[in-house]
Design a protein around this ligand. Structure first.
Ligand code: 5GP
Length: 207
C-alpha cells in the first residue's frame, strides 16, 4: 500500500464470465501480481471436483447448512446455478473491506446483479472469450465434457454474455497475460477516482 494514497476502505471487485472462458486462470495470474487482494472463497453445495480442496476453492457445505445461512442473512448474495447453491459470506467481506483490503468475488451473473443492488460502489468486470468459436475450441480441448454438455454450455455462455451489459468493464480473454493486465489497469484507474481521493484534495485546499 502506497503512503498517502492508502485507502480507508477496500474495493469490492466482481468478476464474471461464461464457463470455459478461463476465468480461474486469469484470476490466478492477477492474484500472483496483486498479492494484496483477498480472494473470497464462496460457499457451495456442489461436490468438490478432483484437485479441489475445502476452504481453498470453495467451502463445501450441505444444502441444509446453506439454507441455514440464507435464513440467518449470512450471505451477501447467493444464486442457484446448475442445481447447486453458490454464495458469498458477508462477514469476511465486510471485515476485509473495512480494513482497506480489496476483495475479489468470482461469481455468476445473478449474484453480480445482487451485488450491484446492495453495493453500488462495487466494480463489476465481465470476461468474454475472443469469439464463440474460440470458446467452443477451449471447451473441446479441455476434454472434460461430452459434446451435448458442451453445446449446453455454449448456449448458456451466449445468454450470460448478454448480461455483460450491466457490468462496468469488459475484458477479452485473448491471452491470460493481457486479460490480467487489463484488469490490473482497471483497478489502478478505479483507485484514482476523484471521490475516492477527496481526502488528498482536502490536504491541499485545507477544508
Ligand atoms: P463452478 O461450479 O464451475 O466452480 O462455478 C459455477 C459458477 O458459479 C461460476 O460462474 C462461478 O463464477 C459461480 N460462483 C462461484 N461462487 C459463487 C458465489 O459465491 N456466488 C455466485 N452467485 N456465483 C458463484
Amino acid at each position: 500500500m502506497r503512503g498517502i494514497t492508502k485507502k480507508s476502505r477496500g474495493e469490492l471487485i466482481v468478476l464474471s464470465g461464461p464457463s470455459g472462458v478461463g476465468k480461474s486462470t486469469v484470476i490466478a495470474e492477477l492474484l500472483s501480481n496483486r498479492r494484496d487482494i483477498h480472494f473470497s472463497v464462496s460457499y457451495t453445495t456442489r461436490s468438490p471436483r478432483v484437485g479441489e480442496a475445502d476452504g481453498v476453492n470453495y467451502n463445501f457445505v450441505t444444502r441444509e447448512e446453506f439454507e441455514r445461512m440464507i435464513a440467518n442473512n449470512e450471505l451477501l448474495e447467493y444464486a442457484q446455478y446448475v442445481d447447486n447453491y453458490y454464495g458469498t459470506s458477508l462477514k469476511v467481506i465486510q471485515e476485509k473491506l473495512e480494513q482497506g483490503v480489496d476483495v475479489l468475488l468470482d461469481i455468476e451473473v445473478q449474484g453480480a446483479a445482487t451485488v450491484r443492488e446492495k453495493c453500488p460502489e462495487a466494480v463489476l468486470i465481465f470476461i468474454i472469450p475472443p469469439s464463440l468459436e474460440e470458446l467452443s475450441r477451449r471447451l473441446y480441448t479441455r476434454n472434460t465434457d461430452a459434446p451435448e454438455i458442451i453445446a449446453q454450455r455454449l448456449e448458456k455462455a451466449r445468454s450470460e454474455c448478454k448480461e455483460s451489459l450491466m457490468y462496468d468493464y469488459l475484458v477479452v480473454n485473448d491471452t491470460v497475460m493481457s486479460a490480467a493486465q487489463e484488469i490490473q489497469a482497471i483497478l489502478e484507474a478505479e483507485c484514482c477516482r476523484v471521490h475516492k481521493r477527496a481526502h488528498l484534495v482536502k490536504r491541499i485546499v485545507g477544508e
